[in-house]
Design a protein around this ligand. Structure first.
Ligand code: PDD
Length: 317
């Protein structure tokens, strides 16, 4: 029974699925990992998710990711919350099982919590309890040229959802706004999009936060632009403050981006990546700039020192 074989399911992955309303879960091979066709995430995108990662077997920033997962449920007006200790056990167990079967890799760990399974009625009071799915797979190392040359982004017509419509600070399973933006960006020759909001202010990429360097000052869109409060973004803001690099959270426009000295993205899986072209035009001198390079180094050092302080799941395999 695996009509889904020969699709793009990552073979070297581990999947855990919990049982709605119960405090146990099962780990299943990826090609046998199914959820119900009555799942609300499938019909309405009615789920929340996080992407956590490991470094040397250490789950990095678990508290921040768990807090944001909880906040997404709050923004999504969830009446029932899942057992967070169960989710944590699922994450650790899935990673351990990955390490013991496939070796010591750095993992991408996607945690999705569906509001539940129910009738196809849009009203969530008609569904059961939430349940979680954890997928762990290797983070393929980024090609060297991402850091040495930088990537290209494109502007798009598609606007980022407004806070009033679907809060970008809620990391929900409804990512269609971002899906449409990345399709358009690729059509326009970029690997990703610089999305602006309905008022023309820059927000974020489709799965990353954005920073520019303008007259030597680091600018990143403030929360009121309508963005996800990135965990990597917060680390970068702290590093700027600690190292006396001038930084501002503020509103700015796409013209500010075209005329800035440096542009870069941040995310859990990609850390900091320079963006050296926008719509085919050079940003600065079309090379990773000095502020981006030094922040990237500071971020990697900060992560490495935090990782050393925490227990590695490698030792528990
Ligand atoms: N994306 N903005 C959006 C819309 C995101 O989906 C993400 C994360 C970020 C960066 O947040 P953080 O630094 O906490 O990873 C910003 C994850 C990595 C993803 O969906 O794969």
């Amino acid at each position: 029974m695996n009509g889904f074989m020969n699709t793009h399911i990552p073979e070297k992955s581990k999947v855990a699925i919990s049982f709605p309303g119960r405090s146990d879960f099962r780990v299943v091979p990826p090609n046998e990992a199914y959820v119900s066709v009555f799942d609300r995430s499938f019909h309405f995108g009615d789920s929340v998710y996080e992407v956590v990662r490991t470094y040397d077997g250490v789950l990095f920033g678990m508290k921040e990711h768990t807090d944001r997962l909880r906040n997404s449920m709050k923004l999504g007006l969830w009446a029932h919350l899942p057992d967070f200790s169960l989710i944590e056990r699922m994450i650790k167990d899935t990673c351990r099982q990955y390490f013991s079967e496939f070796g010591r890799k750095d993992l991408y760990v996607r945690v999705t919590v569906s509001r539940g399974i129910g009738d196809t009625n849009i009203d969530p009071t008609t569904c059961g309890q939430p349940y979680a799915v954890v997928i762990a797979k290797e983070i393929p190392p980024a090609p060297d040229w991402h850091a040495t040359k930088g990537v290209e982004f494109a502007t798009v017509q598609r606007r980022r959802n407004s806070h009033e419509a679907l809060p970008p600070s809620m990391k929900s399973g409804n990512y269609l706004n971002n899906v449409l933006a990345i399709v358009e960006a690729k059509h326009n020759g970029g690997s990703d999009a610089v999305m602006v909001n309905a008022h023309g202010f820059v927000t974020e990429g489709t799965t990353n936060n954005l920073f520019i360097v303008k007259n030597g000052v680091v600018w990143t869109p403030s929360m009121d632009a309508g963005i996800l409060e990135g965990i990597t973004r917060a680390m970068i803001l702290n590093l700027c403050r600690q190292h006396k690099i001038p930084v501002e959270e503020r509103l700015f426009t796409i013209q500010d981006v075209f005329s800035c000295e440096e542009l870069f993205l941040s995310s859990t899986t990609r850390e900091i990546v320079p963006i050296t072209k926008l719509d085919g035009q050079a940003i600065g001198n079309a090379k990773p700039g000095p502020v981006t390079v030094s922040l990237r180094k500071l971020l990697r050092e900060h992560i490495a020192s935090e990782v050393k302080k925490q227990p590695s799941l490698f030792e528990m395999v």
